[in-house]
Design a protein around this ligand. Structure first.
Ligand code: 7TS
Length: 407
């Protein structure tokens, strides 16, 4: 991929800008990826040419708009290996998708004394909805612990997943440690006790091929904006039987069957979960992002980004005073680290002055920070447009920050 990566860089106009007089080195794709021209143009073209509300009018624009919206559902289903398009629900993003499962499925199926299982790795989006569900229902929230290298402990999983467990919610790839969790093995364990498996795929869908059938998940959530698509659009995939057993969460237009003065019935899936006018332009942009990723090839980006992450780990580990967190082998497209004597926020600011954009903070994973025993870390994360020169720039900027802060 390194030979063609320059070609992909040209697809992202923002990469041509300068920051503080330097070439932009964008290493914050785990927060949000940059957008290729194709995605930007698709949204513009939609507003210029086809804009109309969906599912309600019969004029030409409305039909074009509805067709684009529903065609995206079919393409997204194909993209993640979902057997039926109606299993794809459009949401604002991963956060809304996970809240929808907690409210829609959790409220309908959990009772006092049941258990919900999460892991120490979780982003707050895949933790707080379950904490709140546990509080509403009088259920117990349990944690799968980590091995010292930040991988998931299957022994711990076997201990905490039992007959009382109704939901196991786990990230596919940690947004801090890069840990890739053994979803397929977990699925066997979870289904063995009659529970459901919810997968937070925000950091995996953009970086590797996804096949919901092969994963064995019951629900899977991801965001468009981390996979080169627009902000404000995401997906919840769920098995048909689970979706039929779920209550709507947003009540209003287009999610109903028949409405009388005192009662209403619900539309079929997926419309019952998409009340109100959705983010149609976002859906159109998402379609373009899916097509872009399919054209580039997810196996190819996965190999490229894995090589970059490994290279970054090695380079950072060799800088005296730098601690790298997370597993040494199989990991996602990111690396979290700290530099002795420099607060990660100060480091991020020093790097920004050199045009290098990283994230610093708790990464919305405070229980994981507590496990690491640090208040915050720095994090460099990669997209298909990054290459070795970006890692050189990162290492050089860390070196000059060390000299500045330690003089
Ligand atoms: N789950 C994981 C694993 C994430 O990394 C994120 C966002 C979310 C859920 C929430 O996604 P959203 O699109 O609904 O906001 N993670 C990050 C991050 O690591 N830095 O900024 C956002």
């Amino acid at each position: 991929m390194t030979t063609t990566v320059t070609q992909y860089q040209a697809d992202f106009p923002i990469l041509r800008r300068q920051v503080h007089g330097h070439r932009l080195v964008y290493l914050d794709s785990a927060a949000t990826s940059q957008k290729p021209t194709a995605v930007i143009d698709a949204e513009l073209e939609y507003y210029r040419h086809s804009n109309a509300n969906i599912l309600r009018s019969v004029h030409t624009l409305a039909e074009e708009s509805t067709e684009a919206y529903e065609a995206t559902r079919r393409e997204v289903a194909h993209f993640i290996g979902a057997p039926r398009p109606e299993e794809v629900i459009f949401t604002r993003g991963t956060t809304e998708s996970l809240n929808l499962v907690a409210r829609g499925w959790g409220d309908a199926h959990l009772e006092a004394g049941d258990a919900i299982v999460v892991t120490v790795l979780e982003h707050h989006s895949n933790l707080i909805p379950w904490q709140q569900l546990a509080r509403r229902k009088g259920a117990e929230l349990r944690y799968i612990e980590l091995n010292p290298d930040g991988t998931l402990s299957m022994e711990s999983a076997e201990r905490v997943i039992d007959r009382r467990t109704k939901i196991v919610a786990v990230t596919h790839t940690s947004n801090v440690l890069g840990t890739i969790t053994p979803v397929v093995s977990l699925a066997d364990l979870v289904h063995g006790v009659g529970a459901i498996l919810v997968v937070d795929a925000a950091q995996s869908v953009p970086h590797q091929p996804t096949d919901v059938a092969a994963l064995g998940a019951d629900f899977l959530a991801f965001s468009g904006h981390k996979m080169y698509g627009p902000t404000g659009i995401g997906v919840l995939w769920g098995r048909t039987a689970h979706l039929w057993g779920m209550d709507p969460v947003l009540y209003g237009g287009e999610m109903i069957g028949l409405v009388e003065r005192d009662r209403a019935t619900w539309a079929e899936i997926p419309q019952r979960f998409e009340g109100g006018t959705p983010n149609i332009a976002g859906v159109v942009g998402l379609r373009s992002a899916v097509r872009y990723l399919e054209q580039v090839g997810l196996n190819q980006t996965a190999d490229h980004e894995r090589a970059l992450a490994e290279m970054a780990c090695r380079r950072l580990q060799n800088i005296p005073g730098v601690t790298v967190y997370g597993p040494s082998g199989n990991r996602g497209a990111l690396v979290a680290f700290n530099v002795d004597g420099i607060h990660p926020h100060d480091l991020a600011q020093a790097l920004d002055a050199e045009g290098v954009a990283i994230r610093a903070g708790h990464h919305c994973a405070q229980p994981l920070m507590q496990w690491l025993g640090v208040p915050a870390t720095a994090r460099a994360s990669f997209g298909l447009y990054n290459d070795e020169s970006d890692i050189d720039a990162l290492a050089a900027a860390i070196d000059s920050a060390q000299r500045y802060f330690q003089r």
